[in-house]
Design a protein around this ligand. Structure first.
Ligand code: DC
Length: 684
């Protein structure tokens, strides 16, 4: 996950391969609540692990449910419809799928079993309406108090043990602002439908009906057969009791699939389709209907149970006009596909966008305009005309409004080379995707391809002990870029040569060892660790003997040549920070920023001295300094890959700087020289 202030995406051109979707948010939070209310233990497989499910899990734990998770399977020991905890304050973040059903459930349980519960969220949650649900609960006899603005969370629900609810008359709820209010009632009311049928009637139109279908489908799996007439009148049968289905598999998220269906339609041209695993055409999620909309725009989609395969069909995409009431979330993806269409696309029936994580109509209009589209917005529609021609595309810094879908959707604008442009895109606060798809950008970049020339590179070079490795790692982390520690490749070659007993002067044999290095650098939780031929060598690579031999083998032209291609392969989207001797001069001469890091020999000697002492190794400061000076002289004079700054390198003397100050200096240069420096300019 990219927990950084911004992520710069280079222009992207293609997509291929296979990806797996995270679990469905809508299904995950519903089944978590159902499992918590049922009697017995439920094993949930494929559950989404995201902000929205974490707040639900935390709430259920607070309510006394036993919840255990091993990453693959989540085991929920249900309450069997009986409150274990009668007083609690729950924080539900910005998860509507937690707030609404928990409010209804706890209101009903408190009114009959006694209790007092407060439900709150982030400030945006307190701007998201809940009045329609409260208005349905109060006539039943539930006590619901507004703790802030009436009609919005935070709320308090309370009641005394032995209370009775008025269940004789149909319970009426509006369904035109959010279908989650009806879902909330349908999940809560089976708890009190022991003695009589309970009827819920929708007042006026119902939006997002497919989400109600998910609710009914999942209720059925937990033993509650709700009948409905025309999606307007729902009957929960008398004697309903939640029963655990034992094990339940959560489908991949169909809304999340929409980004990759769109990606396939844009960028999986020619060869193999983009394969999406976790959700198929048989999905119970309404957003699977997005596939039809994408087909209407030109996507070629095949699918089976649990998989989809998408290719580009028509190009440019066909502009469409569509009522999106049935796919409110996935419809956002159509708005971005519209950038690649042959005319204006008009999406209607999207008034609910205004009350989601942000006002999505306003947000979408503002951000699509930034990349060059012409957008008209209305209370319940949006119309997007693509940039008039390739020169009308703009590089832009995309604001994401703490809305995961804004970040995911707008990332697709980085494929503008397919429309003849070549604009980089800055996604602000990319970590907001954690709401439903924490690894979205890693997944996207795992299947997307860029022209290497478009992938920005920062090179960092400098004399030994200047701190270039530390600086490079910190800059890479700050930008979300890959890191190439080229010295590690020479060290690994030296280690492999030692293992194989290769003579240090046998250049061809060493070059072969370099060309066939089976080296793996750890990613994510394993970052900083390295494996050679499947064996961890993190420590061995740093050993003094390895360094000495690396210094010898790195002076051999055939070895340098053998490692050249391997080093180039590190240049992958979103970008690369490469540290080492010839990164800016030989391997990446077109790097957008080249830093030559120096520090006085005295300062470097002092740093190394401190480092050695902290490891319990005795060292002599003067001796270290003389060693460094001698090594500098040797390094500068050697004929193969001498230590010289690239002509266009910026020198950074960090003798007086902290690591943080050096990082900030390099990031400052990057703002001025990197591909997004163009954001300040009128066009890219
Ligand atoms: O940076 P380091 O100590 O890990 O590098 C190991 C050796 O490899 C060192 O002698 C410098 C050399 N080297 C090189 O010649 N070219 C590079 N791009 C990186 C390192």
């Amino acid at each position: 996950m990219y927990a950084i202030p911004f992520l710069d995406l280079p222009p992207l051109r293609g997509a291929s391969g296979t990806l797996r979707l995270p679990g469905s948010k809508s299904i995950s939070n519903r089944v978590l609540l159902l499992a918590a209310l049922a009697a017995g233990t439920t094993e949930l497989r494929g559950l989404l692990d995201s902000d929205d499910t974490r707040v639900m899990l935390a709430a259920l734990r607070t309510l006394g449910c036993g919840v255990e998770s091993d990453g693959e399977t989540c085991r929920v020991e249900g309450l069997g419809g009986r409150l274990r905890v009668h007083e609690a304050a729950l924080f539900l973040g910005n998860a509507g799928t937690a707030m609404r059903p928990l409010a209804a459930t706890l209101a009903v349980l408190a009114a009959t079993q006694g209790g007092r519960f407060e439900l709150a969220g982030v400030p945006r949650m307190h701007e998201r309406p809940i009045a329609d649900l409260v208005d349905a609960l109060r006539p039943l006899g539930c006590t619901v108090e507004d703790l802030g603005t009436p009609g919005y969370p935070p709320l308090r629900v309370s009641g005394a043990a032995g209370g009775r609810l008025h269940l004789d008359a149909p319970i009426r709820v509006r369904g035109d602002v959010s279908s989650q209010f009806l879902t909330a009632l349908l999940l809560a009311l089976p708890l009190v439908a022991d003695a009589q049928d309970v009827v819920v009637e929708v007042d006026g139109p119902l939006i997002s009906q497919p989400y109600i279908a998910i609710t009914l489908n999942l209720l059925a799996r937990f033993g509650i057969a709700v009948a409905h007439e025309g999606w307007q009148r729902f009957t929960i049968p008398r004697g309903s009791r939640y029963a655990s289905p034992g094990t339940l598999h959560v489908e991949g998220d169909a809304s999340s699939a929409s980004y990759f269906v769109a990606l396939g339609a844009l960028a999986a041209g020619g060869g193999a389709p983009l394969r999406i695993e976790g959700v198929g055409l048989d999905s119970i999620q309404g957003d699977i209907a997005f596939v039809d909309a994408a087909r209407a725009m030109g996507a070629q989609v095949d699918g089976g149970p649990g998989w989809l395969a998408v290719r580009r069909g028509r190009w440019p995409l066909a502009a469409i006009t569509r009522d999106c009431t049935d796919i409110p979330d996935a419809a956002m993806t159509l708005a971005v596909m519209a950038l690649y269409a042959d005319g204006p696309t008009r999406l209607t029936g999207i008034a609910s966008w205004r009350v989601k994580e942000t006002d999505r109509i306003a947000a979408m209009a503002a951000e699509l305009r930034k990349v060059g589209a012409t957008v008209v917005e209305g209370p319940d529609f949006i119309e997007i005309a693509p940039p008039a021609s390739s020169v009308h595309w703009r590089s832009a810094a995309i604001a994401t409004y703490d809305d995961h879908r804004m970040a995911m959707c707008l990332s697709l604008a980085a494929f503008n080379p397919l429309a003849g442009a070549r604009c980089a895109l800055r996604i602000l606060d990319p970590g907001c995707v954690a709401k439903t798809f924490p690894d979205y950008f890693e997944t996207l970049l795992g299947v997307a391809s860029a022209d290497p020339a478009d992938v920005p590179v920062i090179t960092i070079d400098g004399p030994t002990a200047s701190g270039k490795g530390t600086l490079a790692a910190a800059v890479a982390a700050a930008l979300g870029y890959a890191l190439l520690d080229s010295g590690a490749l020479y060290r690994a070659t030296a280690l492999a040569a030692t293992w194989d007993g290769i003579d240090p002067d046998d250049e061809p044999a060493l070059a072969l060892a370099a060309a066939t290095l089976d080296l793996r650098f750890g990613q994510g939780g394993e970052a900083g660790r390295t494996w050679l031929r499947g064996r961890e060598v993190t420590e061995d690579l740093r050993a003094e003997a390895t360094g000495l031999l690396a210094s010898r083998v790195s002076a051999l032209p055939a070895v340098r040549q053998a490692l050249h291609g391997l080093q180039l392969a590190f240049r992958r989207a979103p970008g690369l920070v490469a540290d080492g001797r010839d990164m800016g001069t030989v391997v990446f001469p077109d790097a957008a920023l080249k830093v030559f890091l120096t520090a006085s020999a005295a300062e470097r000697a002092a740093r190394r001295h401190k480092q050695l002492i902290s490891k319990g190794i005795s060292a002599n400061l003067d001796g270290l300094r003389q060693d460094l000076e001698a090594r500098d002289a040797r390094d500068r004079q050697r004929t193969v890959a001498p230590l010289v700054p690239a002509k266009d390198a910026l020198e950074l003397d960090n003798s007086q700087l902290s690591i943080e100050q050096s990082v900030q200096q390099v990031l400052g240069w990057w703002q001025e020289r990197g591909p997004l420096a163009a954001v300040a300019a009128p066009s890219c």
